[in-house]
Structures are given as C-alpha cells and as structure tokens.
Ligand binder design. Structure first.
Ligand code: GAL
Length: 713
C-alpha cells in the first residue's frame, strides 16, 4: 500500500504586510463549521494572517481522518471576545475532566488547574508554560481536543479561575471520581469536581480560529489532531537505530576512529552526528565545512561503507562569511543573532536560498539529516535570540517568528529531502502546532532524568517527538538508567558533544576529557551494550508503531491515560508510558532501588521474567541495574529482532516472536524499502498456534524472516 501523501502545500498565505484591525465588541459564539469528519472550526473576529494553520506545509491526511470513528456533533460550544489586551476564548470544562497537552511540558503532565503562557524558550526551567515546543492544543479525558490557531504567546488558564457570578456547579459524582491518592500532592488543592472553563488569552490578535477535534475517546481526538496535522512521520529504519553525537571539537580522523571502534567493540550505531566543529564558523553558522573536515565526501563514503549515516549540527543564523549571506540580506529579519542574519523562513526566497546551498554542499554528498539547534528563544539565559519587536520581510514580528521558526526551518530542509525523494530523521530544538508530520525529534540542554521521562509520556498529547538524550552521568547507575530511557524513546541518542570518550568509558566530564578512563569501563560498556541491543531488538516493533502514527495518527509513545482514560489511577502517571500497542515502560532513575508501577486493566507480563500480573493494581519492582521495567500486555504477539549492530544487517530483519496470554491479537510488521513514499508489505504474525506468517501488499520483500516462536504464558 502506498503512503503517497508526503506533499508540501507550499508557502500559504505568508507574504505581504499585515493589516490587523482590532475589534473589541463581543463576538457571538457562532456556529462551528464541520471541516473534516469529526473536526469543527470556529471563527472569531478577524484572525491574524500569520498562524500555524495559515503557514502550514503539510495538508491534512484526509484518508486517515475518514477512517476514524464518526462523531455526529461538535462536542463543545466555544465563545470569543475582543479586549484591549487582544482576544479571549472561553471553552467549558466539566467536573473531573482532566486536561493534557500544550506541547513539551517537562514539569507537569496534568494541565488542569494550571496557568500556562505558551512562550518559546530554550531553558524551560519553571512550570510556567515556557517550552522548546509549546503547542496551543489540549485534550481532555472527556474525549475531545482543542487547537487555538495562534502564533502568539497565548496564555491558557486551564480551569481554576472563578468568574464572579458564573455559578460554577460542583458535582459529587463526576464522570469518574478522582481518588486524591491518584493525584500528586500539588494538585490536591484544585477543586477538580467543579464545572469551570479554559480561558485562552491571545495577545495582539483581533480574532482567532479555534478547531475542535471529536473523539469519542481522548485517544481518537489525539489521532484526529495528528491526522489533521498531516499524520505522523515515518522515519527511515536507520533513524530508529542508535545515534551517537561526537564531541564538538572532533575532526574527520577522530570520527572515523570512533566509528571503527564502535564496529570493533560491537557497539550498535546507525547514525553519527557532528557538532559545531564541522563548520568553518559555528556561532553564527557559515554552513561551510571546516579545515577539520578536509574531505567531507570521503568521510560520508567511509562511514557509509561501515553502514553509518552522517548528521550535521547547525543553527540558522547566517554568518557574514557564509556564501549565502549576501543573498540572504533582503530575506532576513532586522536583528542579528551571534553576528549572523536570521533568515525569514516564511519568505519563499529565503527558503530557496538556504535549501539550495544545503543540498549542494551537504545533502548531495550523502549527509542524511540535521540537528537544527537554537531555533528557540533565550529570554533570560544569555538572551542571544531576536526580540519580540523584531520584524521580518514576510510581515511577521519577532513573537510570531519565535512561535513558527522551528517548523518553518524544518520545512526549508524538508523541501530538499522531498525534492530528492530521500527520507530523513533529525533533531530540532523548537516546534509547535501541527508538528506531527515532521521527522524531527526535540531535545534540551536541561538534564533532569525524571523530567526527561515525563517528556516521553507527555509528547504524545501534542503531536511532537522528544528524546531524553544521554550525555555525561553522575555515576554508573545514572548512566545505565538514562541509557535505558533513551533506548525506549523516539530517538536513541547519546549526545557526547562535550565528552571526548563514550560515556561508558568515564562518566565524569573532566576526567573523560583528560583521558582518565574508569578502571572497570569494559564491564560498564558491556552493560550499556546490552541496553543498546534491547533497542535494536525493538526496531521492527517501533517501525510498525510509526507506520500507525503516519496512517492513523496514533502516537508511538503515549501516557497511560490515553489508552485508559476511564481509570483515574492512570490520570497522573507521568513516569511510565506505553510504547506501541503492547509494551508498558516504567524507567528507573538513579537512586531508585525500587519503584511502584501501575498496571492498568488486563493481564500484564514482566518482559524479563515472564511473570503474569493482573492489572488495575500498583506493584512494586526492584529491577537489577541491567533491566528497565517493561511489561507486555496480555494478548500480544511481540516480534523481537536479533540484536544487530545497525539496521542494515540481516539480523535486524530476523525475528523471534514471543507470545503473551490467551487468544493473542496478530502483530503486523511492515517491510519498508526506505523510499520517500514506500510501498509497504504488511507482514502479519499470528499465533494460532503454531505461529503463522502472512504477507499482503505489493511492497518489497520478503525481508523479515521468522526464526522462532515462543509461548511465554
Ligand atoms: C547546544 C545544544 C547541544 C550542543 C551544543 C553545541 O545548544 O543543545 O546539544 O549541540 O549546543 O554547542
């Protein structure tokens, strides 16, 4: 079956000077327009012309939208009014209705009760709404989602503001009662059993479009939003292997030496990323290879001969020495960053110049993708970015540009990969609304392991991908525990940008850089290798989960509440998450000798011991260092590959199937030839028993080979 819908819309509605009139009169609620199955649009006042929807590049995935369960009527009535401060939208919120989303919120999962100002920020240290990727979209346990189409730092008051005279009703029997025990202490002061409203204040705007996504379940609403965004990305298989970024002063020889060492020492790795030293000037960027990389084409070739891909770090700020600097001057904002121009990626000319140079000098040589750094904002940490009052040739001001920059930057480079019909997977430090189709994973300079795990649980509400990358560590335990979280995430990334040797040789930064290796580093390396091998064994399963993300909008990593919204015990669980259809991960952080794991309804099997547990209970686990707690849902056929060194190896296609529980549902894998629009062959693994393999579709194959079946229990 073809996935032929990876087409950009092209620049839509982004040129010209903006004439924005302010309307202060109250707008009637207005009837929503049904624009796709289960999707309604409210228009209030005169919306701005630069918004996520107006500047989108991917069209909605209409075929996927048509396949979701039908929803007859819009589940909400929304109202809006203008004010001196901009525009205000009010959305009702019922008793015991829990709110999730708003983008990459690292400090909180439940948003009900909180005020969030969705400001793009590179150091989101407080739970204020600052984020690398704030997304003006939320979903609730009542089974709908709301997108406020704005490129402003909108403020969401998610309940808990009592308007005088509004007479909020309190329900003794909400849709599901919340047990206070299920909530973290910080939430206990909020009266969740009261009807209230979500207030959204949008600065500057004289109107706004609001999109409502029906369910009937929360998971359906998320799928609908992701499909409206264009559907999830399908990373190339190599993107799902291990990633390693080298220290920022590495040269060509250092990279090749490390690559050979990885193969010799059997360290799985598919992608090597270069940091700043590949550029002749990095802050700001020239995009020109430095003297440390005298033969880039040779490097790509040498790496490819050992089955490594090469990824390049950069940011967009264009240094005066860059060959594109002169051409970019008329297509850049009126402020500089680190002495470089800020290309206006809403301007098609800027995109063309930038993309053309990247294609010719990097992508045509075989560079597989990019890490797009510092496209977020930096208000109170270094203050290196452009101010909100900046202006751009497209008519955008600095605030709008901050909200859209990450995605329009991705669009610019995606246009090259699309033209060449090559799939990519990369990193980006900022994103926003309608992000689902982008094959780019968010990361951060923050480093709290618990917050990083929460990021994996939270990302699925907002159509974004996130990696809890590993850098240095406080000790062996911290190293291994972090690596385990990395292995169970959208991108298994070791970001050694400030350490010379792999972290398993020495976790401590200064000692590592001085070459003082840990005496027992080989045994630490052995533990890390096993963790990386677990990732490699999961590649086919993860790839299939991404196919579902693309076709059905179902996030490959999601919080428990998304699948079990009727069970209040799942509502606040932000330290566990679901991986694909059938695996529950409960990562451990250093210092946690034991941890509680909540198992939702049904049977669950401990991945390591095979022990069966009855769900709807909290259990305690004491995982040895080598094991991340993983549980497999009863009724699962779980395909596991052999632990390959990279995804091109035959072992990566050789499957052992593990069967859990009675009457397991068949598993579906997809044979993927790596093309831009791959024709995928569906491979259905069913336990009848014995096991059977069926293929359908006219894609490539056969590639997967089933080496054996095991009935676990
Ligand atoms: C940071 C980035 C790091 C690393 C570093 C290099 O902005 O988050 O991952 O790339 O720059 O200077």
């Amino acid at each position: 079956m073809s996935l032929n819908r990876r087409k950009f819309l092209g620049a839509a509605g982004t040129g010209g000077v903006l004439l924005q009139t302010r309307r202060s009169a109250a707008q009637p609620p207005g009837a929503p327009r049904n624009i796709h199955p289960g999707v309604w649009k409210f228009r209030f006042g005169t919306p701005e012309t630069i918004t996520p929807v107006a500047t989108r590049h991917y069209p909605p995935a209409t075929a996927g939208l048509a396949n979701l369960p039908g929803v007859e009527t819009c589940p909400l009535s929304v109202s809006g009014s203008g004010s001196r401060r901009g525009y205000l939208v009010r959305i009702p919120l019922g008793p015991n209705e829990i709110v999730y989303g708003l983008g990459l919120q690292l400090q909180s999962m439940i948003q009900r009760g909180l005020k969030k100002r969705l400001r793009v920020n590179a150091d989101p240290k407080m739970d204020s709404g600052d984020s690398h990727a704030p997304v003006p979209f939320y979903v609730t346990t009542a089974g709908y989602g709301v997108l406020v189409d704005t490129a402003r730092y909108a403020t969401f008051y998610c309940g808990h503001k009592d308007r005088r005279g509004a007479g909020q009703s309190v329900s003794e029997q909400g849709p599901a009662e919340i047990s206070q025990d299920a909530l973290p202490a910080a939430y206990r002061r909020y009266r969740f059993n009261q009807a209230t409203e979500v207030l959204v204040e949008i600065p500057e705007a004289a109107g706004v479009d609001v999109y409502v996504f029906g369910g009937p379940r929360m998971r359906d609403a998320v799928q609908r939003y992701n499909l409206f965004s264009g559907g999830g990305p399908l990373p190339p298989r190599w993107g799902l292997g291990l990633w390693y970024r080298v220290k920022n002063d590495y040269g060509q020889e250092d990279v090749l030496k490390l690559a050979s060492e990885f193969r010799d020492r059997r360290i799985p790795c598919d992608v090597i990323g270069l940091e700043a030293s590949w550029e002749s000037h990095a802050y700001s960027s020239t995009f020109v290879w430095s003297k440390k990389y005298p033969d880039p084409a040779g490097l790509v070739k040498d790496l490819a001969s050992q089955s490594f891909r090469l990824n390049l770090w950069e940011h967009a700020f264009t240094h005066p020495d860059s060959p594109i600097h002169q051409a970019m001057i008329p297509h850049s904002g009126d402020y500089e960053v680190w002495g470089g121009l800020v290309p206006d990626f809403l301007d098609p000319q800027a995109r063309r110049i930038f993309a053309g140079y990247h294609e010719k000098e990097h992508i045509a040589l075989g560079v597989s993708g990019y890490k797009l750094d510092e496209c977020d904002n930096s208000d109170f940490t270094g203050n290196w970015s452009w101010p909100e009052i900046a202006s751009f040739p497209s008519g955008a001001d600095g605030e709008q540009m901050h909200c859209l920059y990450g995605q329009r930057y991705q669009d610019t480079l995606q246009s090259v990969f699309e033209r060449r019909q090559e799939r990519t997977y990369g990193l980006v430090r900022s994103s926003g609304a309608l992000a689902a189709p982008y094959p780019y994973v968010l990361y951060s300079d923050l480093y709290d392991h618990k917050e990083f795990i929460r990021g994996v649980a939270n990302m699925g509400f907002s159509g974004i991908l996130w990696t809890p990358e590993l850098r240095n560590a406080a000790g062996t335990e911290d190293l291994v525990r972090r690596l385990q979280s990395v292995a169970l995430s959208p991108m298994a990334l070791i970001n050694a940008w400030y350490i010379k040797n792999p972290p398993w040789k020495q976790v401590e930064r200064d000692a590592n850089n001085a070459g003082r290796l840990a005496p027992d580093w080989e045994s630490i390396e052995a533990i890390c290798r096993t963790v990386m091998e677990l990732r490699m064994r999961l590649v086919p399963y993860l790839h299939a989960a991404f196919v579902r993300y693309q076709r059905q909008g179902l996030p490959p990593f999601r919080a428990l509440v998304m699948d079990y919204p009727d069970d209040p015990a799942t509502w606040a669980v932000d330290d566990q998450y679901l991986v694909g259809e059938s695996i529950l991960a409960a990562p451990v952080v250093a210092g946690q000798a034991a941890r509680a794991v909540y198992l939702p309804a049904g049977d669950w099997f401990d991945f390591w011991s095979g022990q069966r547990y009855t769900g709807k209970q909290r259990i305690e686990v004491k995982p040895p260092l080598e094991q991340i707690p993983l549980f497999v849902r009863g009724g699962t056929v779980l395909p596991l590959a052999e632990a390959a060194l990279h995804t091109g190896e035959a072992a990566s296609w050789r499957i052992s199937v593990q069967v859990y529980g009675d009457r397991p549902a068949p598993a579906v894998l997809y044979e993927d030839d790596g093309a831009w629009n791959p024709s995928l062959t569906e491979v259905t693994l069913a336990w009848e028993p014995p096991g059977s393999v069926r293929r359908s579709g006219n894609g490539p194959g056969p590639r997967y080979e089933v080496a054996g079946w095991k009935f676990v229990g």
